[in-house]
Design a protein around this ligand. Sequence first.
Ligand code: THU
Length: 199
Amino acid sequence: MDQVITETKTNAAPSITPDQLDMLVEEADRAKMKAYAPYSKFRVGAALLAEDGTIYSGANVENSSYGLTVCAERSTIFHAVSNGVRAFQAIVVTTDISESFVYPCGACRQVMSEFGNFDVYCLRPNGKVSRTTLADLIPFAFSPSDLSKGQGKGEEDEPVKKPRKTDHLRTRTARGCMKKGAHVFDIRNPRLRMYCRNR
Ligand code: THU
């Protein structure tokens, strides 16, 4: 079936041809049939077109420990990346929802954006398609370049405390090795004998 793009939520020109879109829709629908969604009954399929023309697909995989569920988009990205592919042109996401378009969840937007900006097509079973891009879906994504900005900063900000001569004694006190108001010997210097009072 020829796909009708009924919504365009981006100013960017489409990065794929209508034929490529048709192929991706077919693959995404096929993947949706493999969805493992016994709990939500919400099947999602996705198909991702790599820069080299290869198509990778995936579906949502749920778990009885609900939080471990993986969405179709992430399954698909992991499928491609596990095959050594990291550059993409477009992803098609399909569900069983006819009434409205369903867009990728926030976690999937973040995971996809790790691999650049590409087209996202959301498909309704009636053939209607909404076209957008990752940049439009997640405009302020956290990115690998943010990580390098913060390298080592945490340690710099941490005030460095000068160790006190009696620090090792305090540790012993905390461990309960010392009786209240006892004499304590420094094992590294037995001549250093101190009288410590517990707090
Ligand atoms: N789901 C996806 O596969 N993709 C999304 O973007 C949103 C939600 C799945 C996860 C779960 O299996 C089901 O849909 C209901 O949340």
